[in-house]
Write a protein that binds this ligand. Structure first.
Ligand SMILES: [Zn+2]
Length: 552
């Protein structure tokens, strides 16, 4: 909004207030009532922004200034009804205002941080497990809100009854004033929602999330998609793609973290069929935004909308592959999660968390022991998603190191979850090699994490992810040049939204929906530190303060 528009809005507010004070005076709306409404709006505002950790007093003042006239308007409208109905309408309106802020307040009491984007995104996705983690799991919250609603209504009704002296009563003669009042009401409510409430993380992120998810759910498969093997005599077989969760590579000893969090991965450094990439980032810090881009043609650079273009399921289906989606996240048939519109087109779908939260090793247990034809497996971990403590069994709770006071206990538990991921990967590797006879095993994380810091607050730690690939001996024989190219690109800056092109490239696939410059396994790969982006193209990776240009 520019300065002229800002001035217009403030002028309008001043005029509205002058008008309201005129009415208050002329129709003798009691000052007690007027102040009670002021008290309620101020209370609502304070609770709504409580725990937001932003400098929000400006929004708070705006909120009160804008919300207050809507209360007077409701009083005006209600006054045309019988007394009990009038008091009921006024109390309900006040309650409606209080509902969201009170929820936020109880949430803060139980979690130490406010309801944020994470919670709103989880709610918007109707991801039961996550929503439960954020909301329903906290019984204090559920009961607190229910009791508050009931008690609040009674209290509000009583106060309104006491304050209501029936001195103010508008007749239908005041129709013209009523129309002006209602227009004011519509304008104010609209403005309030669009420009003030939208700045509370709570409301704004819910609206954004819902719009984004609906867009994803309407994904289209391109009609012109053509897919072939580059060399039909040199086809690869089974592929396993492990999508990690909230894994920041800076906490992997493979990437030189000081604690021994990934002992097995470190031992793999000597495996000649293994390559790990040093400067890999996410395209977005949220699962539901990152994973769809990881799996599809759309990336931050090519301008293809997230719901257009091909995805890896389309590509491999065209080559006769069976696609497996084995996940420790999400629910079958729930299209409200960003990755689900793609996952739902897999031939086999297994959701290991269907009944209760389980550890990631269950993903390995669900891999088949016998296979036919060609298969592409997606294993979607719960990885290091908060609450970290719930991500690893007791025998992996190993870290108790010093110097973490500023981050509470979280860093230890976070490292435990990385240690557990190392163990899970070791098991996936063994099964992929010995049972599935996979030619490619690839692991990358959806996004990173700053342990203990809610993802409402962007931090480059949330962008730094691992990317690791293992190849079979057979692959190494037939595609040595691809492996060598990947090795050459080991230090290149890369974002996970280009995985689509990279997997197509390293699999030896030819398609009209592919860009060589996004393919890390190609000599045409075109991106470097100054051109890679994150947060859906809004933040430059070259600004990453953690980047020390890691070599090896
Ligand atoms: Zn995630």
């Amino acid at each position: 909004m520019n300065i002229v528009q800002q001035c217009m809005v403030w002028k309008t507010i001043v005029i509205i207030y002058l008008f309201l004070f005129f009415l208050l005076y002329k129709y003798k709306l009691s000052w007690k009532t007027a102040f009670f409404d002021l008290f309620i709006t101020a209370l609502c505002g304070s609770l709504l922004w409580y725990g937001n950790q932003l400098k929000t007093y400006v929004y708070l003042i705006k909120y009160v200034l804008l919300a207050l006239p809507t209360f007077y308007t409701i009083r005006f409208v209600a006054s045309h009804f019988k007394r009990r109905i009038k008091l009921g309408i006024i109390s309900l309106w006040q309650l409606l205002y209080l509902f969201l802020p009170v929820t936020n307040f109880f949430y803060c009491l139980t979690t130490t941080k406010g309801l944020g984007k994470d919670a709103m995104f989880a709610l918007a996705q109707t991801n039961y497990l996550e929503a439960k983690e954020f909301l329903l799991g906290k019984s204090v919250l559920t009961w607190g809100v229910l009791c508050t609603i009931l008690v609040s209504f009674c209290v509000l009704y009583y106060i309104n009854k006491v304050l209501d002296n029936d001195n103010y009563y508008y007749t239908l003669k005041t129709k013209q004033i009523g129309i002006v009042f209602l227009c004011t009401f519509v304008f104010l409510t609209g403005y309030l929602i669009k420009n003030v409430l939208a700045h509370s993380i709570l409301y704004g992120s819910y609206v954004d999330s819902k719009a984004f998810i609906n867009k994803l759910a309407n994904k289209e498969i391109p009609q012109d998609l053509q897919v072939h093997w580059q060399n039909p005599d040199n086809q690869i077989g089974n592929i396993v793609v492990v999508i990690g969760e909230s894994a920041n590579r800076d906490y992997f000893s493979l990437y030189n973290y000081k604690e021994d969090t990934t002992p097995w991965l470190c031992s793999e450094k000597s495996n000649p069929n293994f390559v790990w990439f040093l400067n890999t980032y996410t395209c977005n810090k949220f699962t539901s935004k990152a994973v769809p881009m990881v799996l599809s043609e759309s990336n931050q650079y090519n301008g293809i909308a997230i719901n257009k273009g091909a995805d890896l399921v389309d590509i491999f289906h065209k080559l006769g592959y069976k696609v497996w989606w084995i996940s420790n996240q999400g629910r079958n048939n729930n299209l409200q999660e960003g990755f689900m519109p793609i996952a739902m087109r897999a031939d086999y779908r297994i959701f290991v968390n269907a009944n209760k939260a389980v550890f990631d090793i269950e993903l390995v247990n669900q891999l088949p022991n016998e296979l036919s034809g060609k298969n592409l497996f997606f294993l979607h971990q719960i990885g290091s998603h908060g609450n970290y403590n719930e991500r690893s069994p007791q025998e992996f709770k190993k870290f108790h190191f010093e110097g973490i006071k500023e981050q509470g206990n979280d860093l230890n538990q976070y490292c435990d979850s990385i240690l557990y991921t190392d163990y899970v990967l070791k098991n996936i590797y063994a099964k992929s090699k010995n049972v599935l006879k996979a030619d490619v095993l690839l692991y990358l994380s959806d996004h990173g994490e700053k342990p203990g810091v809610p993802r409402d607050r962007f931090d480059f730690a949330m962008t730094r992810i691992p990317l690791l690939i293992w190849f079979s001996d057979d692959y190494m024989c037939k595609h040595e040049h691809v492996f060598n190219q990947l090795k050459l690109n080991q230090q290149r800056y890369f974002t996970n939204d280009m995985l689509y092109d990279t997997l197509i490239g390293l699999s030896g696939i030819k398609t009209n929906h592919y860009g060589g410059k996004y393919d890390l396994s190609s000599s045409s790969y075109a991106y470097d530190k100054n051109t890679v982006l994150t947060e859906y193209g809004t933040i430059k990776i070259s600004d990453d303060p953690y980047d020390l240009g890691q070599k090896d």
